[in-house]
Design a protein around this ligand. Structure first.
Ligand SMILES: [Zn+2]
Ligand SMILES: [Zn+2]
Length: 55
């Protein structure tokens, strides 16, 4: 089983019902994981392709 971790804080999101997983909007290849807390605080994440979110 795959263990998902938040892309920003690296916290496991297995039991985090408010977490979201989506493909990077730039490369459409890498899965970005966002935990509830990072979403609430609009914490930045970076994809390996150089994209920096949340937008
Ligand atoms: Zn997080
Ligand atoms: Zn990307």
């Amino acid at each position: 089983m795959e263990e998902k971790k938040c892309s920003s804080c690296k916290r496991k999101v297995v039991n985090d019902k408010g977490s979201v997983t989506f493909k990077c909007p730039q490369c459409n290849d890498v899965e970005v994981v966002r935990c509830t807390e990072c979403r609430a605080n609009a914490v930045k994440y970076n994809c390996g392709c150089g994209f920096i979110g949340p937008n």
